[in-house]
Design a protein around this ligand. Structure first.
Ligand SMILES: [Zn+2]
Length: 552
């Protein structure tokens, strides 16, 4: 009885987003709609009876069901508030979250919802008395329940099969709205995948990687900074024709801006491993990506020192076994509060790193960027340029204008940090040939189509979540010594690119040879002057420049 009651409770109270989605656009004056929604409810009920029928064994019933009720109440709150789908990718985010991130997502607004959907049911649950029965009888009733649930499930399915199967084929993601089945299933998947990945050694990528012949004749080592942005979306990027100038500092620098870049995922856990992999989205295989070496391992093998500096939630495996520095409030107290630091912390002490480095160096900066929902915490007071701002993580308390203002302020702070990175790289030019590559991991919804934050399943994700800014900056010495044609590179910015191009473009820019390099995915592929780069090339170029100079 408890299982039936609890399943009914979940079917009726926890599946509003699912029911709304499957019933969208239907006409309530048609009997078919009533049949369909009735069958849907029966389906939800039967599914959860099956699930609970397997899960709840008598000694654990109260604890497990209590836990399910509380977690489900949280889940439905965030699903309704932000349009979240609890698929395996989202569950991975939840499992891998840290206290600072969780605290920012928590708002007091959740309390009334919790009281209603967890508090009251828990009270009821605590007053229930479970009558002991013999094992034989318990087994018999349980089997009967499971069989009955299965029959109900099948009957409901058959009744609306054509309609339902078409719906599920076209909008597979909808099943991740069925609560609490969605997170139970997804959690199982994540644990199973992690278990399988555990103990398998990372597959080597670019095992033959080495610097090409042009490197023999250069006079300075290379310093290459990869800045991985967070939650910056292309739509609000000043350099990419946004009505507001959110990138005033970069606009004054000699940067290459790529306005059409597609992210590999809609969340950090997916995008980061994917963008640093040779595999990418075109041949997507999450397990293969997670168990293969990343671009950083290839660079390291080719002879670069690699350092990962993190102001966020870690490198998600892409820097495993390589040196890492995590932002530390004790080291830069002026930039940190509430367990979070402003992104300038990533630049502190970078001069010590470059001074102590030997030879070629790649530094990855993992920014906190526009990590929501507390956008207002992502920038110092001086960057409150667009007002009024939303000054709480509880976005529903703000109107869209305030949310967008806070988001844009955070973006203009990213602009500042990137410009300061370029300043830093300029100052290093006497010792290094320097370059910066910035790209965001995914975008963000700011209320468009009723969605907030990010993490919508990739197949149905809106452009706001998948289109990201990318910016390149090169020192003269970097371009010359690596034989790169800047005007050719500038011409490439007009084309559409994606995270899939990152791996191969970095190898191409740095002239690293390996069989895993795919020239057709290298953005700079057409822009490399063939033959010897370095001194000789520079000499002919200087001669050419001076002869041209005399004409103009
Ligand atoms: Zn992210």
């Amino acid at each position: 009885m408890l299982i039936v009651g609890a399943s009914l409770f979940f079917a009726l109270t926890s599946n509003m987003p699912f029911l709304r989605a499957v019933l969208a656009g239907r006409n309530w004056s048609e009997p078919q709609t009533w049949l369909f929604s009735g069958a849907m409810l029966a389906l939800l009920l039967a599914l959860h009876m099956l699930l609970l029928g397997v899960l709840l064994v008598r000694p654990l019933t109260r604890v497990l069901l209590g836990l399910l009720i509380v977690v489900t109440a949280f889940a439905t709150y965030y699903m309704q508030r932000f349009g979240v789908f609890l698929d395996p990718t989202m569950l991975r985010n939840v499992v891998k979250t840290d206290p600072a991130e969780a605290a920012e997502l928590f708002g007091w607004g959740v309390l009334p919802h919790l009281f209603l959907f967890a508090g009251l049911p828990l009270l009821l649950l605590s007053r229930l008395r479970l009558r002991p029965v013999t094992l034989r009888r318990a087994l018999a009733t349980r089997l009967l329940l499971l069989a009955g649930s299965a029959v109900l499930l099948l009957a409901a399915l058959l009744l609306i099969f054509q309609d339902f199967s078409a719906l599920m084929r076209n909008q597979k993601e909808l099943r991740y709205l069925i609560t609490p089945a969605n997170y139970l299933y997804s959690l199982g998947r994540v644990l199973a995948d992690d278990g399988r990945a555990l103990g398998t050694a990372r597959q080597a990528v670019g095992a033959d990687a080495r610097l090409d012949a042009s490197w023999a004749s250069r006079d300075k080592p290379v310093l290459f900074i990869v800045a991985v942005g967070e939650t910056a979306r292309s739509a609000n990027w000043g350099l990419s024709d946004y009505a507001r100038q959110t990138t005033p500092r970069l606009a004054e620098l000699d940067v290459l801006n790529f306005p059409d870049v597609t992210a590999c995922g809609t969340n950090t856990e997916t995008s980061l491993p994917c963008m640093f992999s040779a595999i990418g989205r075109r041949d997507y295989n999450e397990t293969r990506i997670r168990t293969s070496e990343s671009l950083l391992h290839v660079l390291n093998r080719a002879g670069f020192q690699v350092l990962w500096r993190d102001n966020q939630s870690g490198c998600k495996g892409v820097c495993d076994g390589l040196p890492q520095q995590l932002s530390d409030a004790a080291l830069t107290p002026d930039l940190c509060s509430d367990g979070r630091c402003l992104d300038e912390t990533l630049l502190r002490g970078l001069d010590t790193v470059t001074r102590d480095a030997k030879g070629n160096l790649v530094v990855a900066l993992h920014m906190l960027g526009n990590h929501g929902p507390a956008y207002h915490k992502r920038y110092p007071d001086g960057f409150r340029r667009f007002i009024p701002t939303c000054d709480t993580g509880e976005l529903r308390k703000c109107n869209r204008e305030e949310i967008i203002n806070a988001y844009d302020n955070a973006l203009s702070y990213t602009d500042e940090v990137l410009a300061k990175t370029v300043d830093f790289l300029r100052a290093q030019q006497s010792r290094y040939d320097t370059a910066l590559l910035y790209v965001s991991d995914h975008g963000e919804s700011l209320g468009e189509k009723g969605l907030y934050l990010h993490g919508v399943p990739y197949a149905i994700a809106p452009d706001e979540q998948t289109k990201v800014p990318m910016v390149w900056w090169f020192s003269r010495g970097f371009l010359d010594s690596l034989g790169l044609d800047r005007s050719c590179l500038a011409a490439q910015t007009a084309k559409a690119w994606s995270h899939d191009n990152l791996f191969h473009s970095v190898l191409g820019l740095l002239r690293i040879e390996t069989k895993d390099y795919a020239a057709e995915l290298d953005i700079s592929g057409a822009c490399r002057r063939l033959g010897q780069a370095g001194q000789k090339d520079r000499a002919t170029q200087d001669a050419l420049a001076s002869s041209l100079g005399s004409q103009s």
